[in-house]
Structure formats: structure tokens, C-alpha cells
Design a protein around this ligand. Structure first.
Ligand SMILES: [Zn+2]
Length: 128
């Protein structure tokens, strides 16, 4: 069996979502799942069937599959509070609220926190 790369898993997700198929492929009943449903299939193949290595995860910001062996970051509220997060203006509670969130890159994580802060300040402005 060939070693899977994150691109392979991404291609599988794209197939499940009704996207373009690799050259030479045609499926008369290609699925058209949502991203969540497609990742549900991958997750089952990982956890139950052990056909896809568990190290492949979905980034919650860019919705792409990445290989946790080579990149990415998962929020772990118990020990992630560090200088880097503090400089982003975060507090322990922010990490606790988003424990387990996964990002493929620093850029995606920064974008995630920016969007959170923005929607939080939008809400407080509406309340005034
Ligand atoms: Zn990402």
C-alpha cells in the first residue's frame, strides 16, 4: 500500500465533495458531501478502519488537510498559554474556549484569533 500524503487525503475529500476527479476517472454517482460529512468519512477511515493514518487533520481556518507530523498546531488549553499567545492579546479563557481547535499553520491560527476578536468586539458594539 502506498504511503499517503496530505495531498492524497485532500484529493479524497475533494472527490467526496463532488470536486474534480484525477485524470482518467469518471464516477457516475460521485458523492456531493459537505466538508463536515466528507471529513466524517475520513475520520471513520482513520479511527475505525485504520486505513488513513491519524496524523492527517483538517485545519479549521483554511479547511485543508495537513500532516500533523510536519506542520500545524492544536490548541491545548492546559499548556498552550505562552508568550506567543499572550502577544496576540489572548487570555487563558480564550484557549479554554477553543481547546482542541486545529490549525495547519501559524498564519491560520493568527487569522482565527483575529476573526474571534473582531466578532467579539462587533458584539459588544451592538450591545451598546
Ligand atoms: Zn490552515
Amino acid at each position: 500500500m502506498k504511503d499517503l500524503e496530505s495531498e492524497d487525503v485532500q484529493e479524497f475529500i475533494d472527490m467526496l465533495m463532488g470536486g474534480d476527479l484525477p485524470d482518467g476517472w469518471e464516477l457516475s454517482h460521485q458523492p456531493k458531501l459537505s466538508l463536515e460529512e466528507a471529513f466524517g468519512v475520513v475520520y471513520y477511515l482513520q479511527e475505525e478502519m485504520h486505513l488513513i493514518p491519524e496524523r492527517f487533520e483538517l485545519c479549521c481556518v483554511c479547511d485543508r488537510i495537513y500532516d500533523t507530523d510536519c506542520q500545524g498546531h492544536t490548541i491545548d488549553a492546559t499548556d498552550n498559554m505562552d508568550e506567543w499567545h499572550r502577544e496576540l492579546g489572548l487570555e487563558e479563557q480564550d484557549l479554554t474556549d477553543h481547546d482542541g481547535q486545529r490549525f495547519c499553520s501559524e498564519e491560520c491560527e493568527i487569522k482565527f484569533w483575529r476573526d474571534k476578536k473582531r466578532s467579539a468586539s462587533d458584539k459588544s458594539e451592538q450591545a451598546e
